[in-house]
Write a protein that binds this ligand. Structure first.
Ligand SMILES: Cc1cc2nc3c(=O)[nH]c(=O)nc-3n(C[C@H](O)[C@H](O)[C@H](O)COP(=O)(O)OP(=O)(O)OC[C@H]3O[C@@H](n4cnc5c(N)ncnc54)[C@H](O)[C@@H]3O)c2cc1C
Length: 545
């Protein structure tokens, strides 16, 4: 690509990475989809990948993030509006994701679970959408996950499901019964405690057939959702409630948006601070069972955090490989320089592991209803997978940024946006330490099932897993197991990734991952012992040249 300026000709700049089929150019994704039972969906996934990979979508992603939402707390006369205004580009993404049913496709309209491979097929789409615009996926993931909590209130679920399942996005700020479709959010975190939900001070009292909720939430994302699943203290203990934006009489509910968070990334999405002033709410599940009820939802949003982080890594990797193939240094493409090959291939192998792992986990969700072992696998591995995949993303995105040199650090490239976005997934829906403690807690609660899952992973990962398996066992059995939980959970996730690759990737790829991640210890990207031939194989799969 060359173009003439007055003073010089522009040479050796890589063309934009756009107008690509996000599915067809991603062999690890295709293999993970096929290996986890969704190969029959390949044609539709390719259509989705082509649509989302258009230059126009990338441009809309930029616009949605460079024009963050604004709070309109009052109208011109001082009356409360509690309205958040979004850039039109944000609404385009919402409409696209709702049309693709990303907010509901793992459920039937009666609220029961959809048949396999609904989870894997959706995960593949969610992963591709995350590569283009991640902020809007917050209300999308919360809406789909809310259905799991609503199962505790079948009558409510029955009335809401047709609106959740509708394919026409309706951004109107109106009472939900008047709308074509709805989205749902979630409110747990308060000023004095996020992890420690038992510290919640928001109170709920019975008010006729319904409840009246007073208090606050320190983080409430997607505040333009039509309703929220909220935790509050009732007489019988912490309880889950559905709190709509409007009361049944059509007046604005007591959901007062105080201000929007000024966030590092995730800028297309709004996250608010909110006060509840005798807000109308309906109980979801039994009084005092709020944590158990909302955890059904949180488990699914954690899965989506991991899928989205894999998507962020994928886009960063694709940008890096694409650039390296088009940029020459010392008369030779960067992609042909051995040290750059080592860096790119190491990153690509990590992304291979992440993709295989999240798709295998989605498969467990697909099978959980009919297979006790898969249900246990989903339970034990979700926090470990969220921990490892989400925490890997910031480092990998940074490394990809460096592959683009100075251009990677500049806003016109997508890398700064991916980089700012990456740390949110490890923090929300339970931060890193909390994920590790969750794994310990799940193992303590059901040691037998935990052992079965672990034994299956070791078997699937093959002989290279022996040392890692021994380390995990010894660490978890040790007196200081809580202190060492990160080391054990990280190794557990890597073990699960190695096992997942054995199930879906070609053998040489699974072997390389096991050799460099299980048997060997790895430093920064580019330090794995990969031969030149290995690197070429990995990179050709990651992005066909
Ligand atoms: C952009 C954004 C949007 C959000 N949106 C929402 C939302 O819509 N709804 C909602 O309810 N929340 C939301 N959150 C809140 C988020 O879920 C919490 O911030 C998160 O769960 C951590 O809680 P906290 O901030 O209170 O930190 P704390 O609970 O104080 O935790 C601080 C740190 O301590 C660690 N820690 C906690 N307990 C232990 C322990 N026992 N041992 C060792 N370490 C521990 C944690 O891992 C964390 O790293 C959002 C957060 C962000 C950043």
């Amino acid at each position: 690509m060359a173009s003439r300026f007055d003073t010089h000709e522009v040479l050796n700049q890589s063309p934009p990475f756009e107008d690509v089929d996000l599915f067809a150019c991603d062999r690890p994704l295709q293999d993970a989809v096929a290996g986890n039972g969704a190969g029959g969906d390949a044609k539709a996934l390719s259509a989705f990948g082509r649509h989302w990979g258009r230059a126009e979508m990338l441009e809309l992603g930029r616009q949605a993030n460079e024009n963050p939402p604004r709070l309109r707390a009052f109208d011109a006369h001082g009356f409360r509006r509690d309205f958040v205004e979004f850039h039109p580009a944000y609404h385009v993404f919402m409409a696209e994701s709702v049309a693709a049913k990303l907010q509901v496709s793992t459920w039937r309209v009666d609220g029961s679970v959809a048949a396999p491979p609904a989870q894997v097929a959706r995960a593949a789409r969610f992963y591709m959408a995350a590569q283009i615009e991640t902020g809007h996926l917050c209300p999308i993931t919360m809406t789909r996950a809310s259905v799991a909590a609503l199962a505790a209130a079948p009558k409510l679920a029955e009335t809401l499901m047709p609106k959740i399942a509708a394919r026409e996005y309706d951004p109107a700020f109106r009472p939900w019964p008047e709308k074509k479709s709805v989205t749902l959010g979630m409110g747990m975190t308060e000023k004095q405690g996020g992890t420690d939900v038992r510290a919640i001070t928001t109170r709920a009292v019975v008010d006729g057939e319904a409840w009246s909720v007073t208090g606050h939430k320190w983080f409430l994302s997607a505040p333009m959702s039509d309703a929220f699943l909220v935790l509050a203290q009732a007489a019988g203990g912490l309880t889950c409630f559905l709190m709509p934006r409007f009361r049944p009489d059509g007046s604005l509910n007591g959901v007062r948006l105080q201000r929007l968070k000024d966030k590092l990334g995730n800028r297309s999405n709004a996250s608010s601070e909110v006060e509840f002033t005798e807000a109308f709410a309906l109980r979801v599940g039994e009084e005092g069972r709020g944590v158990a009820t909302i955890l059904q939802m949180v488990q699914l949003t954690r899965l989506d955090c991991a899928i989205a982080s894999a998507g962020l890594m994928r886009m960063a990797l694709a940008q890096a490989i694409h650039h390296a193939r088009h940029r020459a240094v010392f008369q030779k493409p960067l992609a042909d320089q051995p040290l750059m090959q080592a860096v790119l291939a190491d990153m690509a192998l990590e992304v291979e592991g992440a993709i295989a792992l999240v798709m295998r986990l989605a498969r467990s969700y697909d099978l959980a209803a009919q297979d006790r072992h898969e249900a246990a696998r989903a339970r034990f591995l979700t926090p470990a997978v969220k921990y490892w995949v989400c925490k890997t993303a910031p480092a990998l995105v940074y490394e990809a940024m460096e592959c683009l040199g100075g251009n990677g650090y500049v806003e016109e490239s997508i890398l700064p946006r991916l980089y700012r976005e990456a740390p949110v997934n490890p923090i929300w829906e339970g931060s890193g330490n909390v994920m590790c403690l969750d794994v310990l807690r799940a193992l303590e609660r059901d040691q037998g099932a935990g052992r079965e899952v672990f034994a299956a992973l070791v078997e699937e990962a093959g002989p290279a897993a022996r040392e890692t398996a021994a380390f995990i066992e010894a660490t978890l059995a040790g007196a200081e197991h809580e202190m060492r939980a990160r080391a054990a959970v990280e190794r557990l996730a890597v073990l699960a990734a190695a096992a997942a690759l054995r199930g879906s990737a070609p053998q040489p790829i699974a072997d390389m991952f096991a050799r460099t991640r299980l048997a060997g210890s790895r430093g920064m990207f580019g330090t794995s012992a990969l031969a030149a031939g290995d690197a070429a194989t990995i990179l050709q799969r990651a992005l066909p040249s």
